[in-house]
Ligand binder design. Structure first.
Ligand code: MG
Length: 388
């Protein structure tokens, strides 16, 4: 076994963070958790601090700082405020970014600029801040190992090949809870319907994104950024069983795929342990129970968010940042009951139509583009707002 790695969990109380704690409990002594942090869930954070014993605990919402101080074990350093999460990153060699949405940008950039391994579950930071993240990735020692299951699969399939051999990436999609439905079927679906994902256990934002296929669109953008493959060579194929997590097609037509049960603890463990595999088989398939693997092409008319993502990716520059921001605004409004499910795509399309291209050289440039895109998207939400 190699020496213990110092681990930072950013977004430790969310779905990815809690599953990471599960992984750590399954491989005791393998990692030293030096810092954890989350947005505002101080009770869960304190409980994690009592079991993982990190030196530092951070909460982004500074109104919760004193509550956290009172709950953590004596001697634990508490940091609070908008910079707190990014500040704990320098404590470790491996940083898991499980923050939800664009708010994860600070952690992504700080981890890479610090020359750490970034176990990346936060695709939004990579997509919206691509030019800035690309620069940070050049730092010596910095590397990204994707936690997103599809990209983790592709990462595994690429381990035995050279870039020149790769013809295409195939990203698989479960199709979400509304696979096979038409737009008219979907006009009045509820938040509950959208949150009933057939195969994966995930947080609400990404589960809604899976129902619109925006998640798959964002994953196409993510794959382009991570692996440097152009959009014409990234395909999406619907695979309802979520057993094949993605595939790489080579120039001779050979296809390598990674298969396992849909359990996020496998890609989390892979990204933390890479290049070594952890000794806990979360993904092991029961071949006596698995009967079939089905594949079909996506319905991009009903699920137009997927096409919007290709459009934003091909436009490049600040367009992916705008798409991501508009989607976050639309999904939040949908979860609030203020927007219909079908209008999520319409708000995203409208923001992309009104995209004001800007140069993204610094984190501040990205924050400004994101802010402006949210303004435009919020106006689009108000035009479509449901009357209670
Ligand atoms: Mg995914």
């Amino acid at each position: 076994m190699s020496e213990r790695r110092r681990l930072v969990l950013a977004g430790s109380t969310g779905s990815i963070g809690r599953q990471a704690v599960d992984v750590l409990n399954a491989v005791p002594g393998r990692f030293e958790v030096v810092a954890i942090g989350s947005h505002s869930s101080v009770e869960v954070l304190a409980e994690q601090a009592r079991s993982l014993r990190p030196r530092v605990v951070a909460v982004a919402d500074d109104t919760r700082a004193s509550d956290l101080e009172a709950l953590v074990p004596a001697g634990t350093e508490v940091r609070a405020g908008s910079e707190a999460l990014a500040s704990i990153v320098s404590e470790g060699d491996v940083v898991l970014n499980g923050v939800v949405g664009f708010a994860g940008l600070g952690v992504t950039v700080a981890a890479l600029e610090g020359g750490a391994r970034l176990a990346l579950a936060n695709k939004e930071s990579l997509i919206a801040g691509a030019p800035v993240v690309d620069k940070a990735r050049q730092t010596e020692g910095a590397e990204i190992v994707p936690v997103d299951s599809e990209h983790c699969a592709i990462h595994q399939c690429l381990r035995s090949s050279t870039p020149e051999e790769v013809a295409r990436l195939w990203i698989t999609a479960s199709g979400g809870p509304f696979r096979g439905r038409s737009l008219s079927d979907l006009a009045s679906v509820s938040v509950e319907d959208a949150l009933a994902h057939p195969t994966w256990k995930m947080g609400p934002k990404i589960t809604v994104d899976s129902s619109t296929l925006m998640n798959k669109g964002l994953e196409v953008l993510e794959a382009h950024e991570l692996f440097g493959i152009d959009f014409d060579r990234i395909g999406v194929v619907v695979h309802p069983q979520s057993v094949v997590h993605s595939m790489v097609e080579f120039r001779d037509g050979a296809v390598l795929a990674q298969l396992s049960k849909p359990d996020m603890r496998l890609p989390i463990g892979y990204a933390l342990g890479y290049p070594e595999r952890l000794d806990v088989a979360y993904g092991a398939i029961d071949w006596s129970a698995l009967r079939s693997l089905d594949f079909e092409l996506p319905d991009t008319e009903t699920f137009s968010c997927l096409s919007l993502a290709y459009e934003a990716g091909r436009a490049g520059g600040s367009a992916p940042c705008w798409l991501n921001a508009a989607n976050e605004v639309a999904v939040a409004a949908f979860l609030d009951g203020r927007l219909s499910w079908t209008d999520i795509a319409s708000v995203a399309a409208s923001a992309l139509d009104r995209h004001e291209p800007s140069d993204l050289s610094t984190v501040d440039d990205v924050l400004e583009a994101d802010r402006r895109a949210r303004e435009v998207a919020m106006a689009a939400v108000r035009e479509r707002e449901l009357v209670a």
